[in-house]
Design a protein around this ligand. Structure first.
Ligand SMILES: [Zn+2]
Length: 141
């Protein structure tokens, strides 16, 4: 079973599966503003997907920043942001974003694959940049 995406009524914390209704089934609170926030997050996410397909990484990252400001636990947005950071050559950043995605949903295979990739690349980079000379302070009398 997929973990809940955690959309709850901000008024009474009842769990709202899928699209929130106009009124909370728990407290009858007005959920239309909440739904608009969700729709706005979705719209920016879809724009990010389009930009990423066109390899416009900067635009895609901007759209995802908006999505994540509105929906910080949007795993799809985090996974895509990791891919964009990777394409931008920001490997540390990609690793940290994919790590966040996996913290929210450990079963995401795309995030697992990306993270494994990033760790391997970072490990190679670390080996290559390790220039400290091996010194041998032998004890002499
Ligand atoms: Zn409620």
């Amino acid at each position: 079973m997929a973990p809940s995406t955690g959309l709850v009524c901000p008024l009474c914390s009842v769990n709202l599966a899928g699209n929130p209704p106009d009124r909370c089934p728990g407290c009858r609170g007005d959920l239309r503003p909440l739904r608009r926030v969700g729709e706005l997050a979705d719209r920016h996410f879809n724009e990010a997907v389009r930009a990423a397909r066109a390899r416009h990484w900067g635009v895609a990252a901007e759209r995802l920043a908006v999505t994540l400001a509105l929906a910080p636990e949007d795993v799809d947005a985090l996974v895509l942001l990791g891919k964009i950071r990777w394409h931008q050559g920001q490997r540390e950043n990609a690793r940290s974003v994919w790590t966040d995605a996996l913290r929210l949903d450990p079963s995401r295979q795309d995030a697992q694959a990306g993270l494994a990739h990033a760790e391997a690349a970072l490990a190679r980079g670390a080996t290559r940049s390790r220039t400290r000379a091996r010194t041998n302070h032998g004890r002499s009398r």
